[in-house]
Design a protein around this ligand. Structure first.
Ligand SMILES: [Zn+2]
Ligand SMILES: [Zn+2]
Length: 47
């Protein structure tokens, strides 16, 4: 998945990942590789 633009969480750093759960484009700081999700989704991932 190619991602363009800025991180939709901090809106400061270039987006490098696309979250498959919420569809947000996020930067390295807001991407949790262990769960393959953005920080927002990783924080509420208990399901
Ligand atoms: Zn960010
Ligand atoms: Zn997400």
């Amino acid at each position: 998945m190619s991602v363009t633009g800025v991180c939709q969480i901090c809106e400061a750093a270039p987006a490098r990942h696309g979250c498959p759960r919420c569809g947000r484009a996020v930067c390295d700081d807001h991407w949790i590789a262990e769960v393959s999700a953005c920080t927002a989704c990783a924080a509420g991932r208990q399901q």
